[in-house]
Design a binder for this molecule. Structure first.
Ligand code: SF4
Length: 479
C-alpha cells in the first residue's frame, strides 16, 4: 500500500504536493518522492518520511505547474532509494508516473518489455514496469491525442494484471490519472479554481482546500490537458471490488473512500461486533482500544454494550506503525517501544481489548502480556475484522501464507497462542454489512480475498509462488 498525490495548477505546485503527502504519510513510511515538469522533469526521491526527503533547497528545484508525489510502503522491489517512486521515461513525450498497488504478472511483463519492446527495466519497482508498458503502447499509436491516450490505457488493461491507481505527467501535454478495472486502490480528485488535485485519500484534498469532484471510477481514465480541460472516459466495466482493508485498517478515519466514510464504517464495525460480545455473554469492566486505528470501533462497541471506554494504552507517536516495519524482529521490539499501559485503568479489571485485525499474532500476544503485567484480572481480545487467512496479492504486506496465525489454526488454538481468556472475531457477514454505507443503494462488493480466498482477478499457484519468492528477497535486502 502506498500513497499518491498529483496536482496540475498554476505557478509552482510542489509545495502543495509535499503538504498533501504529509496527510497521507500513514500509507507509506519507507520512502517518498516527487517530480515536477517545467520544460523538463525535476525529481527528488529518497528513503524515509516526507519530512526527511524534502527540504527547502530541493523543493525550490522542483519548479512547474504540474507535479506528482508518492509515499512508499514496499510490496514489490527492494528497500533502496532507487526503488522509490515516481519514475520517468523520455520516450514518448517524457512521461512520469507513480502508482499505488501491486502488479501481479511482473515477470511476464518484464520479459515482454525486454524481448519485444527492447525496453530495459532498471529497478524492481513495479511502477517502472507499468510506466514502460504504458509508454510502449502510447508510442505505438503515433501522434498524440486524447483518444490515443485512452486507447493505450485500454491496451494496458489487457496486459497488466493486479491493482493500480495511477497518476502521471505527460510532458507538454498534461496530467493523467487512471484506476485498474476493479478499482482496488482508492483515487479521488477535486478542483480549486483552475487547478485539479488527485490523491489516494480525500483527507489530502480537504487539507489543501480542494472541492471534491468524486472518485476516479474503476476502469476510468481522466486527462487534464494544458488548457485545464477535463476529459474522462470509463474504459472498462468490471465489478468494482475495492480493498476492504482500507476501511478496516489502512485509511485515515477522516477520509471518505468510494463514497463510504472510513469513520462511519469503523463505527458500524464496532457496533456489529458488540452484538457478538453480548451473545457470548462476555461482561468486561472496561473496553480499551489498541491505538490508533481501533479507537472508533472500540468506542462504538463500548457504547453499544454500555461499558466504559478507557484509553488504557498510550502510544509513542514517534515509532512507526508495527505493521509497516518489515523485519519480524523489528516488529516485536517495536510493540514494547510503542505502547505503554495505564495501570489504574487496567489493574483488577476484566479488560476487553479491541484491535482492527490479527495477522501473525505476535503483536496481539505482546500487548496481552503487557495488559496482564499491568494487573488485568481477565483479558478478552476482539478483532473487528474476521480471521486473516490468505495472502494479499494486491499490495498489502501480507503476501506469504505462513504469516497468518489463523491460516491453519482453529480460533481456540489462536486464543491459547496469544494468551487471552476470550477471543472474538468479527464475522464475514458483520464485516460486509457494516460497509454497506453511502448514497449508493446497491449492494457493494469488495475485495475480501485475505479473509475468504476469493480473488477478484485471475490467479494461479505460480503467481503466489513468484510473489512469495519476491517478498523473501525483498525482506532480505533490508540492511
Ligand atoms: S486481499 Fe485483503 S488487503 Fe489485499 S486488496 Fe484484498 S482486501 Fe485488501
Amino acid at each position: 500500500m502506498c500513497g499518491i498525490l498529483g496536482i496540475i495548477g498554476k505557478g509552482t505546485v510542489i509545495e502543495d504536493v509535499v503538504t498533501g503527502l504529509l496527510t497521507i504519510q500513514h500509507r507509506g513510511q519507507d520512502a517518498a518522492g516527487g517530480i515536477s515538469y517545467k520544460g523538463q522533469f525535476n525529481i527528488k526521491k529518497g528513503l524515509g518520511l516526507v519530512r526527511d526527503v524534502f527540504n527547502k533547497k530541493n523543493i525550490a528545484r522542483l519548479q512547474g505547474s504540474v507535479a506528482i508525489g508518492h509515499v512508499r510502503y514496499p510490496t514489490a522491489g527492494t528497500y533502496e532509494a532507487t526503488e522509490a517512486q515516481p519514475f520517468y521515461v523520455n520516450m514518448p513525450y517524457g512521461i512520469a508516473l507513480a502508482h499505488n498497488g501491486n502488479i501481479i504478472n511482473y515477470g511476464e511483463l518484464k520479459r515482454y518489455l525486454e524481448d519485444e519492446e527492447f525496453r530495459y527495466i532498471n529497478s524492481k519497482c513495479d511502477a517502472e514496469l507499468l510506466l514502460n508498458v504504458f509508454a510502449a503502447q502510447l508510442l505505438r499509436l503515433g501522434k498524440f491525442s486524447t483518444d490515443n491516450l485512452f486507447t493505450s490505457i485500454d491496451k494496458l488493461f489487457d496486459t497488466v494484471q493486479g491493482s493500480y491507481s495511477v497518476i502521471s505527467i505527460i510532458g507538454k501535454k498534461g496530467f493523467l490519472a487512471f484506476r485498474d478495472p476493479h478499482g482496488f486502490k482508492p483515487l479521488i480528485f477535486g478542483k480549486k479554481g483552475n487547478a485539479f488535485a488527485f490523491a489516494s485519500e480525500s483527507v489530502a484534498l480537504d487539507v489543501l482546500g480542494y472541492d471534491i469532484i468524486g472518485d476516479v471510477q474503476p476502469g476510468e481514465a481522466i486527462f487534464i490537458d494544458n488548457e485545464r480541460a477535463l476529459h474522462r472516459k470509463k474504459i472498462r466495466n468490471a465489478i468494482h471490488t475495492p480493498c476492504i482493508f482500507e476501511w478496516v485498517y489502512f485509511a485515515r478515519p477522516d477520509s471518505v473512500i468510494d463514497g463510504i466514510s472510513v469513520y462511519e464504517a469503523r463505527y458500524k464495525l464496532g457496533r456489529r461486533l458488540a452484538e457478538d460480545i453480548i451473545n457470548r455473554n462476555i461482561k468486561p469492566d472496561v473496553v480499551i482500544p489498541i491505538p490508533d486505528t481501533s479507537r472508533v470501533a472500540a468506542l462504538a462497541l463500548a457504547e453499544e454494550i454500555g461499558i466504559s471506554y478507557r484509553e488504557g494504552l498510550i502510544k509513542n507517536r514517534y515509532i512507526g506503525r508495527t505493521f509497516i516495519m518489515a523485519k519480524q524482529s523489528e516488529r516485536k521490539n517495536a510493540v514494547r517501544m510503542k505502547l505503554n499501559p495505564i495501570r489504574t485503568a487496567i489493574s483488577g479489571k476484566k479488560v476487553l481489548l479491541v484491535d482492527d485485525s490479527i495477522v501473525r499474532g505476535n503483536t496481539s500476544k505482546e500487548i496481552i502480556n503487557l495488559i496482564r503485567a499491568a494487573g488485568a484480572r481477565e483479558i478478552y481480545f476482539a478483532s473487528y475484522s474476521p480471521p486473516l487467512r490468505y495472502p494479499c496479492i494486491y499490495g498489502i504486506d501480507m503476501q506469504t501464507k505462513v504469516e497468518f496465525i489463523a491460516k491453519e489454526n482453529p480460533i481456540e488454538k489462536i486464543r491459547r497462542e496469544i494468551g487471552c481468556d476470550e477471543l472474538i472475531y468479527q464475522s464475514m457477514d458483520g464485516l460486509l454489512s457494516s460497509l454497506q454505507l453511502g448514497e449508493d443503494k446497491e449492494f457493494r462488493f469488495f475485495c475480501t480475498s485475505c479473509f475468504d480466498g476469493n480473488y477478484p482477478t485471475k490467479v494461479n499457484e505460480n503467481i503466489f509462488k513468484e510473489i512469495e519468492h519476491d517478498r523473501v528477497a525483498c525482506k532480505s535486502s533490508i540492511h
